[in-house]
Write a protein that binds this ligand. Structure first.
Ligand code: FAD
Length: 557
C-alpha cells in the first residue's frame, strides 16, 4: 500500500500524541469554574479501531479493476480503516459522528495517484462511469468539506494526493517555487529550508494539512501579516479536469479578465483536482523573535494593533487574546520545574503586583504576541516602534520569554479538542474577519449570541477570542467556545451554539469564515455573505463545469 502519512482514524494528529493536564495544575480547576465539568486524566492514547462499525464498501468490482489499472493495485484500497480516515475532516460534528459510529455514506475506495496523468485518468473515469471523486489532502478540514452526501448512491472515490509530495523547482531569481499539491506542511518546509527558503504559511493545522488543501480552502497561516494568505502566495497552478488541464502560469500580476486563479482558490474540489502550484517563497529570516505584551483592556490592545498597521510597521504577526483567552492561557501554563521556570514564575508574581499597583482589573487584561523577522537591526527598530505604540496604549512589555512559549505551543492545541470531546465537552472554534470599525461590535455581539444560545440550552458555557491576521482595513477574530454536551442529542445542541455565533458574524459586518472555508458547515450563510445573486453565479459555475455532479458534490453552495 502507498506510503502516505495519515492522522489517527479518530481525532487529531499522530498516534501516541494526546493532550493531558497533569503538568498544568491550574487547568482542571479553570475548566470546572468555566463550564462546571470535572475532568479526568486521559487514560489512553488512542481509540481502538475495533470499536468502529464501518459500512461495507459498495465499489463494484469493475470499478475497482479500472482504478487498479489507472493507479496500480498497491495504490487502491477498500480497507475499512483507510475509508474511515478519508470519510471526514476534523470538525466537531465529524469527530462526534466518528466517535459515536454515526457513519452515513463513507468512501467506497481510496486511491493514491502518483502522477498528474493518473489524476487525469481518474477524472475521465469519474465522468465516464459516473463516480464521485473527493480530493483529499491532509484531512484537516474543519468545515465538513470532505464528507460525502448521506444519500449518495454512486461509487465514492477518495483521491488522496499524498504521493504528490515534492518541491519540483525553485526559481531563485523570482522567489517562486513549484510544488506538488499533496505535500504536507512539514515536508514542504523541510525541502524548502534545505535550500534556504520558506513559504511562511503556518496554519495551526500545519502538521497535517497540504498545499493543495490550503489552496482549495483559501487558508491563512498565523504569519499572514508578512507572508500573506494563501491566495496572495499562490501565483500559478495546474488543475486537472476530465476535459483537460487548466494551466495558470506564474505571473506577478495579470489583467486577463475575472481571475481564474481566484476562482479556483477556495473551490474545495468542485472544479477539478489541483496537482501543482507555483508559490511565493522567501529567504529564511536571519532573526525570528516573538515578544509578549500585556494590555489593561481589550479595547486598548485592539487600538494598539490597528495603530501598528496604520504606522505600516512590517510585522510577521500581531495577535491579541481577549480577557477570557488570556485567563485560559495562564491556566494552561505548565508547572515550572527547571530553575529558570521557577524564576519566571517569581517574575510573574512581581508582574501581578505591578499591574495591581497600576490599578488594573486583572480580569480585564489581555496578552498580546507580536512576531518580528528580518536582520537583527530591522528587528530592533521594529520592536522599538511597536513598544512605543503599545506603551502609549497602556501596555507592559513582557519580553521574549512568554513569546518563545507561544512559538513552542502553537501546534499542540488541536489535541485539546479530542481530550475534551471524550469527556462530554465540546471545545470548538469559529472565526471571521471584519473592518476595524466593526471589530468591537462583532466581538460583543458574538459573546452575547453565545450566552443566549447557552441559556436557551440551560447550560453554562464558555467563550473566548483572539484577534490575528491584520489587514489595512480590518482583521480576523477567532472565537473558541465550550460547554458540556448531552449524549442524547449532541448535534442539535452544537448547531444551536455554532449557528448563533455564525449569524452574529453576518449580522454585525463579519464574514462567515476568514480561513476555514465553507464546506457543508458554513453553507447556510453563503447567500447572506455574498448576496443571493452572487450565490447564483457560483451555482451556475459549478453546474456548468461539472454537469454530472461528479466532483465533491454539494460543497460550498
Ligand atoms: P483536506 O481537509 O484534505 O481538504 C479540504 C478541502 O479541499 C476538501 O474539499 C478537499 O476535497 C479539497 N482539496 C484538498 N486537496 C485538494 C486538491 N489538491 N485539489 C482540489 N481540492 C482539494 N485553516 C487555516 O487556514 N488556518 C488555520 O490556522 C487552521 N487551523 C486549523 C486547526 C485545526 C485544529 C483544524 C482541525 C483545522 C484548521 N484549519 C485551519 C482548517 C484546515 O486545516 C484547512 O482548511 C486546510 O487548508 C485543509 O487542508 P488539507 O490538506 O487538510 O485539506
Amino acid at each position: 500500500m502507498a506510503h502516505v502519512k495519515h492522522q489517527k482514524w479518530w481525532g487529531w494528529g499522530e498516534e501516541g500524541v494526546f493532550f493531558n493536564y497533569e503538568n498544568k495544575p491550574a487547568f482542571a480547576p479553570f475548566v470546572k469554574e468555566a463550564i462546571g465539568v470535572t475532568l479526568r486524566p486521559r487514560e489512553r492514547d488512542t481509540v481502538d479501531f475495533s470499536t468502529a462499525h464501518v459500512p461495507a464498501s459498495q465499489a463494484p468490482d469493475t470499478v475497482l479493476e479500472l482504478l487498479r489499472q489507472i493507479n496500480g493495485a498497491d495504490n487502491v484500497s477498500t480497507e475499512d480503516e483507510l475509508r474511515v480516515i478519508h470519510w471526514a475532516g476534523k470538525s466537531v460534528t465529524e469527530l462526534l459522528q466518528t466517535l459515536r459510529n454515526d457513519f452515513h455514506r463513507i468512501p467506497d475506495v481510496v486511491v493514491y495517484p502518483g502522477t498528474e496523468a493518473e489524476v487525469a485518468a481518474l477524472m475521465r473515469a469519474a465522468v465516464e462511469h459516473d463516480l464521485v471523486l473527493i480530493p483529499f489532502g491532509g484531512g484537516s478540514s474543519i468545515s465538513r468539506s470532505l464528507q460525502p452526501d448521506p444519500s449518495e448512491e454512486r461509487c465514492i472515490v477518495s483521491v488522496d494526493l499524498g504521493r504528490l509530495n515534492k518541491v519540483l523547482a525553485i526559481d531563485e531569481t523570482s522567489g517562486l517555487a513549484t510544488i506538488q499539491a499533496g505535500i504536507l506542511g512539514p515536508d514542504m518546509e523541510e525541502q524548502l529550508n534545505a535550500r534556504g527558503w520558506t513559504l511562511g504559511h503556518f496554519p495551526d493545522s500545519f502538521t497535517y494539512s497540504t498545499l493543495g488543501g490550503w489552496a482549495a480552502t483559501r487558508s491563512s497561516g498565523m504569519q499572514s501579516d508578512k507572508y500573506g494568505d494563501i491566495a496572495d502566495i499562490i501565483r500559478g497552478l495546474r488543475m486537472v479536469r476530465a476535459t483537460g488541464t487548466v494551466v495558470l502560469r506564474p505571473l506577478p500580476s495579470t489583467s486577463t479578465g475575472p481571475s481564474l486563479r481566484e476562482m479556483i482558490i477556495g473551490s474545495e474540489g468542485r472544479l477539478g483536482i489541483i496537482t501543482e502550484l507555483t508559490v511565493h517563497v522567501h529567504r529564511l529570516p536571519e532573526k525570528h523573535q516573538v515578544i509578549a505584551y500585556m494590555y489593561p483592556t481589550w479595547q486598548q490592545a485592539l487600538t494598539a494593533v490597528r495603530q501598528f498597521t496604520e504606522a505600516e510597521i512590517p510585522l510577521t504577526f500581531a495577535r491579541i487574546s481577549d480577557a477570557h483567552e488570556t485567563a485560559f492561557s495562564l491556566a494552561t501554563q505548565k508547572k515550572p520545574t527547571s530553575p529558570k521556570g521557577k524564576l519566571a514564575a517569581k517574575g510573574q508574581d512581581a508582574l501581578w503586583a505591578i499591574m495591581r499597583k497600576r490599578g488594573w482589573d486583572t480580569d480585564e487584561m489581555c496578552i498580546s504576541y507580536v512576531c518580528f523577522e528580518g536582520s537583527p537591526k530591522d528587528v530592533e527598530t521594529r520592536k522599538k516602534a511597536v513598544a512605543g505604540i503599545a506603551k502609549k496604549n497602556g501596555a507592559i512589555v513582557l519580553g521574549s520569554g512568554p513569546g518563545a512559549l507561544y512559538d513552542q505551543k502553537k501546534f499542540d492545541t488541536p489535541y485539546l479538542r479530542d481530550f475534551l470531546l471524550e469527556q462530554n465537552t465540546v471545545g470548538d472554534v469559529s472565526e471571521t474577519a471584519a473592518p476595524w470599525s466593526k471589530l468591537t461590535t462583532v466581538h460583543k455581539a458574538v459573546y452575547d449570541a453565545a450566552e443566549r444560545a447557552y441559556a436557551s440550552l440551560g447550560k453554562k458555557g464558555w467563550i473566548m477570542s483572539h484577534m490575528s491576521h491584520s489587514y489595512h482595513s480590518g482583521a480576523c477574530l477567532y472565537f473558541t467556545f465550550g460547554y458540556v454536551y448531552d449524549d442524547k442529542n449532541p448535534y442539535d445542541e452544537y448547531h444551536t451554539v455554532k449557528s448563533a455565533i455564525q449569524q452574529a458574524f453576518i449580522d454585525n459586518g463579519g464574514t462567515l469564515s476568514h480561513h476555514h472555508g465553507v464546506g457543508l458547515e458554513h453553507q447556510p450563510w453563503m447567500e447572506q455573505d455574498i448576496s443571493p445573486e452572487g450565490a447564483n453565479i457560483l451555482r451556475a459555475l459549478f453546474s456548468s463545469t461539472d454537469p454530472g455532479n461528479n466532483l465533491n458534490p454539494g460543497k460550498v453552495i
